[in-house]
Design a protein around this ligand. Structure first.
Ligand code: C2E
Ligand code: MG
Ligand code: MG
Length: 719
């Protein structure tokens, strides 16, 4: 220890004889005292201590200006950190003992002092003072720590009686330390195991063992003094004495209500969709897999329903995402209301929902639920003062029949959902294995399509349009033909949707347009003039940015009059993106290009909008023409559709005319033109050129051939 050398000693002694005696002892060889200052009163001592540091003070208790305890106290006040050894007379030992209690480190009795004893006393005093200081710092640190930490700390003795509580423990338990001290730990800190609500007893006896220490059961509950329960996390450790004997325990615990709540929240948000609060894909997959396992065990069935909203993008685009979000929330609420508590609705993202129905007796039960959901979704959603109408398409897969895991079942339900969309939306469809075959087929078509252009596998057929009054060929529709090297001819109804999906429709459409314009111009140059050549344009083409430039470039390159080109657009395309379509159509019309509404009557046209778009032609869909002979009593609809076109002052063309009866009816209703197998099938360019030269036979014009035409039948309108 440092006290080997005592650099500065202060001797406070008024008796000069005693002082000399002591000084002599210090001067002996081997003494550790290198410097000693002698003063004769406490006043002098105080002045010295104020000016200089000393290592130890030797204090006589009978000074002229201070005696006994008064001297001890003044010396300590002047140098609180300096060790103090007092000198007393033989008869003063009780005084000396008192001095020790006041904080002096040791005492020496005058007249019995030997050099060795003196020096040892001084050294010990210094050492003891250093230890006392360290102990004080240590205690203070522990005290401050216990006061400041956020954890509750309580200590008990061996019997489990409380010996200490910090402030946090007071707050958590509801007991003040004054009340709690000496009480049984189990009375003040009632801790239960959260799993079985069994009390955790005296920390000295609990299973984890006071000798080992460590955490208590992973989830515990503290029952507060008022009975309120708080989830806590806690640990217990034994307290040992110097011999290693256990004397008590420290229990540390903390309120984890917030942490637990947050953990629950994190688990919840990892498994739920933030927008609707519904389970997400992860949780659904889990539940589907569990449900499949149960169905196998109980030999019953279940279903996975894949829902995709029809035209949701339109709501998002036109009314904004906040409205779209509210629609999704509204739909989520309705779907939940359609189901049993044991079923699961999840949102997969976007406008897709997946529903799990477990424990079905028969697949038909899923159909009933699907119908309920179709109905629930389609009822108006009142959102931000908009009355919004939306429908959904649903695909259903049944387990275990259609799959044994979530991934397959959802994929198959998704496939069935596509079929439902194709069948005209707002409907449901059960999965059939053939649908997968179709998907494979589609894939193979897509691959072949990619090479079809460069391999020259495309060709155009032409089908004439006949003026029903004069019998003349007024124009033709160009229809795309694809001859697959292995499959042979593939119908456009089969490959056009695939081309649309995979982005090939643009180069293909471009080729069709160029070829049709080139051919028409070539016929014209050969003296075979057509009023119009009609080319079908799909929605995807129309929406492509380069569409207009493409059309104009082709007209310029082929040299065809713009007014000889008629573009056929289906009704649904025209009605869907009203504003952007209007701009494009306007640009086409300004050039003189004509426009026809294809498949008229199958969509939902707004008549006022049709008028505004100023299209030239309405092509009445085949399905109406078919009704003329198939369901004669419903011909009023056909008549109405024709009438509608005439009211809008448009040229009306009937598609798919196959029989003379259909022709007669159309003529009688004043339909302007017709197209169909009755006159000619779509044919290759050479036979079509011949047709242009010879015209369709007069007989083909049926009962109202021009020479037989009565004056009153059809009012002639300019075309
Ligand atoms: P669409 O534009 O409505 O064409 C009329 C369809 O009816 C053609 O079928 C035609 O062959 C058929 N048809 C004509 N007269 C009769 C008849 O009397 N009876 C019957 N049952 N059918 C008749 P196709 O050629 O199979 O074309 C089907 C659809 O494919 C077309 O319907 C059109 O939407 C699309 N399409 C054809 N070529 C093209 C093209 O070049 N581009 C685009 N985008 N679509 C095309
Ligand atoms: Mg067409
Ligand atoms: Mg059509």
């Amino acid at each position: 220890m440092k006290a080997k050398v005592i650099k500065s000693l202060l001797l406070v002694e008024d008796n000069l004889g005693d002082a000399r005696l002591l000084r002599d002892m210090f001067n002996e060889a081997g003494s550790p005292v290198t410097e000693m200052t002698h003063v004769e009163s406490l006043g002098e001592a105080e002045r010295h201590l104020a000016a200089r540091a000393v290592d130890v003070i030797l204090l006589d208790l009978g000074l002229p200006d201070a005696q006994g305890m008064g001297a001890v106290r003044r010396a300590q006040a002047a140098a609180p950190r300096v060790p103090l050894v007092v000198l007393t007379g033989l008869d003063d030992e009780s005084l000396a003992a008192q001095a020790l209690q006041e904080g002096a480190q040791d005492y020496l009795v005058k007249g019995q002092i030997e050099a060795r004893v003196l020096l040892r006393a001084l050294r010990n005093a210094i050492e003891r003072k250093v230890m006392e200081e360290a102990l004080f710092v240590e205690k203070e640190r522990a005290h401050v720590t216990l006061r400041c930490i956020g954890d509750a700390v309580v200590c008990t003795d061996l019997a489990g009686k409380l010996t200490f509580l910090n402030v946090v423990a007071e707050n958590l338990t509801g007991w003040s330390w004054q009340e709690a001290l000496g009480k049984a730990m189990t009375q003040v800190c009632r801790i239960l195991n959260a799993k079985n609500r069994e009390a955790i007893g005296n920390p000295m006896e609990i299973r984890s063992g006071p000798h080992r220490g460590g955490p208590l059961p992973s989830s515990c509950i503290l029952v507060r003094r008022d009975g309120f329960e708080i989830p806590i996390e806690d640990s217990v450790a034994p307290i040992h004495d110097r011999q290693g004997k256990t004397t008590g325990a420290v229990i540390v615990f903390r309120d984890v209500s917030e942490a637990r709540a947050m953990a629950l929240e994190i688990i919840h948000s990892a498994e739920h969709d933030f927008l609707t609060g519904l389970p997400n894909r992860t949780l659904l997959n889990d539940r589907v897999n569990q449900s499949v396992a149960l169905s196998l065990r109980h030999s019953n069935k279940g279903a996975v329903l894949f829902l995709d909203l029809d035209g949701f993008k339109h709501i998002n685009d036109s009314l904004g995402h906040p409205v779209g979000d509210k629609v999704l929330q509204s739909i989520a609420t309705r779907l939940v209301a359609c189901l049993r508590g044991s079923d699961t609705v999840s949102r997969q993202g976007g406008d897709e929902f997946v529903v799990l129905l477990s424990e079905l007796q028969q697949p038909e039960d899923a159909a009933a639920t699907a119908k309920r959901m179709l109905q629930a979704v389609s009822e108006a959603h009142l959102i931000d003062n908009h009355d919004l109408h939306i429908t959904t398409s649903i695909g259903v897969s049944i387990f275990p029949d259609d799959g044994l895991d979530a991934e397959t079942l959802i994929k198959n339900a998704d496939t069935a959902m596509y079929q439902a969309k194709e069948n005209g939306r707002h409907s449901y469809q059960f999965f059939k294995p053939a649908m997968n075959a179709r998907a494979v087929e589609r894939q193979s078509i897509e691959e072949s399509l990619r090479r079809a252009l460069e391999r020259n596998e495309f060709a155009l057929d032409y089908q004439p349009k006949i003026n029903l009054r004069t019998g003349e060929i007024t124009g033709a529709e160009a229809l795309l033909r694809w001859t697959h090297p292995v499959r042979g001819p593939v119908s456009p109804a089969q490959f056009i949707p695939v081309a649309e999906d995979c982005g090939l429709i643009q180069p293909i459409g471009n080729w069709v347009l160029r070829e049709a314009c080139r051919q028409t111009r070539a016929w014209e140059d050969a003296g075979l003039r057509l009023a119009t050549i009609a080319v079908n344009v799909s929605a995807i083409e129309l929406r492509s940015e380069s569409f207009l430039d493409g059309v104009f470039a082709i007209l310029a390159n082929t040299g065809l009059r713009p007014s000889a080109l008629e573009l056929e657009l289906t009704e649904s395309v025209l009605m869907r993106h009203v504003e952007s379509t209007e701009t494009i159509l306007q640009a086409l019309r300004e050039k003189g290009v004509k426009l026809a509404v294809d498949d008229f009557g199958t969509g939902y046209s707004s008549l006022s909008y049709l008028r505004k778009l100023s299209v030239d032609t309405l092509k009445i869909d085949q399905s109406f023409v078919r009704q003329i002979t198939a369901v004669p009593q419903e011909t009023t609809i056909v008549a109405a559709v024709i009438g509608m076109g005439r009211n809008l002052k448009l040229r009306v063309v009937a598609e798919g005319v196959e029989t003379v009866e259909e022709l007669a009816f159309l003529q009688a209703q004043g339909c302007d033109e017709a197209q169909g197998y009755y006159f000619s099938r779509p044919v290759a360019p050479e036979p079509f050129a011949k047709l242009l030269q010879t015209g369709v036979p007069r007989a083909a014009l049926g009962p109202f051939a021009p020479d037989r035409l009565a004056q009153e039948t059809v009012p002639v309108r300019p075309s």
